[in-house]
Write a protein of this length. Structure first.
Length: 247
């Protein structure tokens, strides 16, 4: 029974992706189309961070940290769970939504698109994508993120940035100043030049890039990125990040 319920839940989560990926005509008959160029990461007064698979296991009386999603307990009458959402009672079964959005800290807005998952060890596990939006960030680099008095901690944030020349890497003090090609011959290097940090300014495709800093007085971030591609106009960085909401 548990194996069936787990399979059902993951099938429910996969339905939107399947709907988008199945073509209307056989592959051999579909016309070829060029891969669209990735647009530059936009600038603005907000930063958006997404965790595709945020997971929390709740015991009776627990809330999803930072939200007004609370688990009351298992229903006595049927195979459902009593919860409260913004203080209002609701009942949720396997695969049902557990959604909430609102302010989780000064200058931080959260969208929690969670669903009830199968319980193997008791409690109520919920999982799904979470988006955190930081309002009016003003990045300041820090030496480390250790010894923080953090009320909330988020990890496994997916990051994918395409940064044109002259623009900052979003949420950092680092600016992509352009490409350099030191050396001669077939082994000449291709390096990106970054300003906004101490020490050697250049970085190559495949290199790691770690940055830690404050985004707001109450928000600290750490990026763990790698250079995926580089040319005269753009640098693309992918990786993961962490956020701490401090007291």
């Amino acid at each position: 029974m548990r194996i069936w319920t787990i399979s059902l839940f993951f099938f429910l989560l996969a339905l939107p992706a399947l709907a988008c990926s199945v073509p209307d005509v056989p592959f051999s008959l579909a016309p070829a189309s060029p891969t669209p160029e990735l647009a530059p990461t936009p600038k603005g007064d907000t930063l958006s961070f997404v965790m595709p698979a945020h997971t929390v296991t709740l015991r009776p009386g627990d809330s999803v940290p930072g939200t007004r999603l609370t688990y009351v307990g298992r229903s006595d009458s049927d195979d459902s769970h009593e919860v409260t959402i913004d203080g209002e009672t609701a009942f949720r079964r396997l695969g049902d939504s557990f959604y909430w959005s609102g302010v989780i800290a000064p200058g931080v807005f959260g969208n929690y698109n969670l669903r009830v998952t199968a319980s193997l060890f008791g409690g109520l596990p919920v999982a799904g994508p979470v988006e955190l939006v930081i309002l009016y960030p003003e990045p300041i680099e820090l030496a480390s993120a250790e010894n923080l008095d953090a009320r909330l901690h988020y990890s496994n944030i997916v990051m994918d940035y395409r940064v044109p020349v002259g623009r900052e890497i979003p949420g950092t003090t680092l600016t992509f100043e352009g490409m350099e090609t030191p050396g001669v011959g077939s082994q000449a290097g291709e390096l990106a030049r970054l300003s906004g940090r101490d020490g050697y300014p250049n970085i190559a495709v495949g290199d790691s890039l770690v940055w830690t800093g404050k985004l707001r007085e109450n928000v600290v971030a750490r990026y763990n990125l790698r250079v995926l591609s580089l040319d005269e106009s753009n640098i693309r960085l992918v990786g993961t990040g962490e956020l701490w909401i401090t007291n």
